[in-house]
Design a protein around this ligand. Structure first.
Ligand code: ZN
Ligand code: ZN
Length: 537
């Protein structure tokens, strides 16, 4: 056996040996162990002992922690399956917040205070802002709805005059149900049909294999703006769908990248409507973006607005104060055109699906297919596709992604919440990043009454199941037993990551062995459910 410390070994041979540390990460991944765990301090109030506990990073779709991304995908599948063909109204009563949820909100409060203090002291807050938006996502991921701050801005009263016309669509009387119709076969069997719908954005120019045939003629600006506002279009579609269907339609949808890098949507819908109606709704659905103009560049290169503590951003040549966001909105004339109008393309696919059929399973797999990938990951078509993505990013670079986007300065408007140091082309918003390609919204959209369970409850199910399988349940656990606290960066009590991974891999191996034993004992029974759960655990 050759040993890497053997000095007689040629360098090339030594270098061909894998690094033990890399192998550890690979093994951790194979065991489904989070490779970027977040250490937390936990006080056991029964014993009075503090312990460092690793919680999984919980990555939803990022390649930096494949095990968490994969686990999340399994959970989403379970959630999708659960709600699609419900035959009884889900009970919607908010649950008591659990320990994790309370802790997240407490932590959010601490960071909020830090941010306020930093702002008051005139310090940079960008990092805290990032942390806050990350925490807000975590808060939702932990099964809490909405934002801790509630609706952060009062709705502008003036913009209501721009109410978008309700499209000319049939309307049914609203029934107070979330369930679709059922049909009875001649044999008395009850069928519960549902829909699987795919909605796509329009063409921006001819493409082959996801790459524009004539890049110069490809409408990148339209593609960029459509991606930025895609989620609004989806919201409108759902509103119109409910109006036409006449019941409280529930859906589970995922936003996925197409090869041409445009987002598109797969949607499982509970209940059924005639296909022609779905197509009619999609064709009639549109969203108008009533933002200030962003077509005419007013400031560029060295000629950029300058910051003044009192007045905000000024024209560097004339000293004229640029209109604030609200002023710019108010200045949009009665007969103005919207900055952008987005609609679906003609490629609409509607499929009828019956509960419990292989078709339904296939659709669920399809819905979760891309959940471990970011939009930019659709890039596998080589050089031409990378160039296509680069042009798309260029088009996005100066597009305002939101009212607070620094890019507004380029078009002569102060971004909402303007502060010093803003520079067009340097927005840190997700939408401008290669991973997102304009779409910064959620990847999974689940309506509130989809199933009886939140994602957090699905997680809990999984945990309970594993513990039961291991014979480790000893009655309900006391929710007040543990107190959790964040661990400051560089805390000497936290063992190095490698040591923590080793421990997790060991635990995982013990578990797996135990599960295999149980399975062997249960041989002969239907194990598919067991396998599903084990994979998700
Ligand atoms: Zn992870
Ligand atoms: Zn931006």
């Amino acid at each position: 056996m050759t040993h890497p410390h053997d000095r007689a070994l040629p360098r090339a041979v030594r270098q061909s040996m894998p690094m033990a540390r890399d192998v550890l990460v690979e093994v951790a991944k194979q065991h489904g162990v989070c490779i970027r765990p977040i250490p937390l301090k936990r006080l056991d109030t029964y014993t009075g002992k503090w312990e460092i506990i690793d919680v999984p990073c919980g990555a939803t779709f990022d390649s930096k922690c494949p095990p968490c991304a994969k686990r999340n995908k399994q959970l989403r599948k379970a959630q999708c399956r659960e709600g699609w063909h419900l035959d009884a109204e889900p009970a919607i009563t908010p649950d008591e917040p659990n320990e994790e949820q309370r802790w997240l909100v407490e932590f959010r409060a601490d960071v909020h205070a830090q941010r306020e203090a930093a702002e008051k002291a005139g310090h940079e807050t960008a990092e805290l802002d990032e942390l806050i938006s990350g925490l807000d996502e975590e808060i939702n991921a932990a099964g809490m709805r909405g934002n801790v701050l509630g609706r952060t801005a009062a709705k502008r009263s003036r913009s209501t005059r721009r109410r978008q016309d309700a499209p000319d669509l049939p309307k049914r009387k609203m029934a107070h149900t979330t369930l679709g119709r059922t049909f009875q076969g001649s044999d008395g069997k009850v069928y519960r049909p549902s829909l699987f719908v795919t909605l796509t954005l329009p063409s921006y120019g001819k493409v082959r294999d996801g790459v524009p045939l004539y890049p110069d003629a490809y409408d990148y600006r339209r593609a960029a703006r459509d991606a930025l506002h895609f989620s609004k279009l989806v919201d409108r579609f759902v509103q119109n769908l409910r109006r036409v269907a006449g019941y409280d339609v529930q859906y589970f949808a995922s936003v996925e990248p197409q090869k041409r890098l445009a987002p598109h949507l797969h949607m499982a819908i509970r209940g059924t409507l005639p296909r022609a109606e779905i197509k009619q709704i999609a064709a009639a659905t549109y969203h108008q973006v009533w933002w200030p103009q962003a077509n005419e560049v007013r400031f560029d290169a060295d000629h950029l607005p300058v910051w003044d503590e009192q007045a905000g951003y000024l024209d560097p040549a004339t000293g004229e104060v640029l209109p604030t966001w609200d002023e710019a909105l108010d200045a949009i004339g009665e007969d103005a055109e919207p900055l952008h109008m987005i609609r679906f393309g003609e490629q609409i696919d509607v499929q009828g699906v019956l509960a419990g059929t292989p078709d339904a399973d296939q659709c669920i797999r399809y819905l979760s297919k891309y959940l471990t990938k970011s939009l930019g990951d659709a890039l596998d078509g080589g050089q031409a596709q990378r160039e296509h993505a680069a042009r798309m990013l260029d088009a996005l670079r100066y597009e305002p992604c939101s009212p607070t986007c620094p890019n507004w300065l380029r078009y002569g408007v102060q971004p909402k919440g303007a502060k010093s140091g803003m520079q067009p082309g340097r927005c840190r918003g997700k939408a401008h990043k290669p991973d997102h390609l304009g779409y910064a919204g959620r990847r999974v959209l689940v309506s509130r009454k989809w199933s009886n369970k939140t994602l957090a409850e699905h997680k809990q199910d999984r945990r309970t199941w594993v513990l039961e399988a291991l014979g480790q349940t000893d009655g309900p656990t006391d929710p007040h037993r543990y107190i959790w606290r964040p661990v400051p960066a560089g805390d000497a009590n936290v063992p190095p990551l490698a040591a923590r991974l080793l421990r997790s891999v060991h635990e995982r191996q013990r578990w797996r062995a135990h599960l295999r034993e149980l399975e062997a004992r249960a041989a002969g029974q239907d194990l598919s459910a067991t396998e599903d759960m084990a994979r998700a655990a």
